[in-house]
Write a protein that binds this ligand. Sequence first.
Ligand SMILES: [Zn+2]
Ligand SMILES: [Zn+2]
Length: 249
Amino acid sequence: MHFPSREAALPHRRLPRWIALGWVSVLSFVAWRQLPLAHASHSHNGSYQVHVSTIHGNDGTATSPGSQDEEYCILSHTAAVNATQMANLIEETLVKLSDSQIWDGTGEWRVDLWRAKKFCNEFDSASRAAIEIEYQIANSWASQCGGDIYSCVVQDNPVVDPVNGHTHFKWVYSYLKAEHISGNLTRARKFINHETGHILGLKDPDYSGHCMNSVMHNDLYSSLGCTDPVWHPTASDFTSVKKIQDRRN
Ligand SMILES: [Zn+2]
Ligand SMILES: [Zn+2]
């Protein structure tokens, strides 16, 4: 069991909103100006890599997923959210917005996300085992994520990549705290996109000040000084995932 990548919600700001926004703008600009050109530690690398094993290839068609595509299902454990609405929100965030803001299609469609036709627990076990990604929703993931305040991603079923021998994972679970994806739509999309970045192999910031224009290094990590409010994957994020897909990370 490896400690999961996880994140909590932003603390409430005490400053009047216009002052806070003013500082965010200034700090974002400064951070942008000081961005290094390369981010060597942005993804897992080496012999053990946390990402879903299907991201290196693409063998589906326009109408049905192939064995190298990524199928996902949704499962809610709480009455605090409407499971169908949440499934629609997750699908919309992953595949239905503008190409520059969604993970679907990354790396010439080697990321090709397909929503399963039913909730995860409505499949028989053999069919469910063929689904690569599960987005599960609950009021608390304390036992999975190491604390009541966190959403996190956990991997299971390690397999060895036949091309260069790194270990990656057949199943990846995004455990979403219901409160993180309720209420504010932009904040909900931010959590969904961040956790999906983990599914595709990206990491959280490694140290205080490890900030950039990235859905992995945004203001979900205000505790490490990151202030960028970006809620969708960025050019830097797409580049990092393509390197993983190409086995150049
Ligand atoms: Zn994270
Ligand atoms: Zn891999």
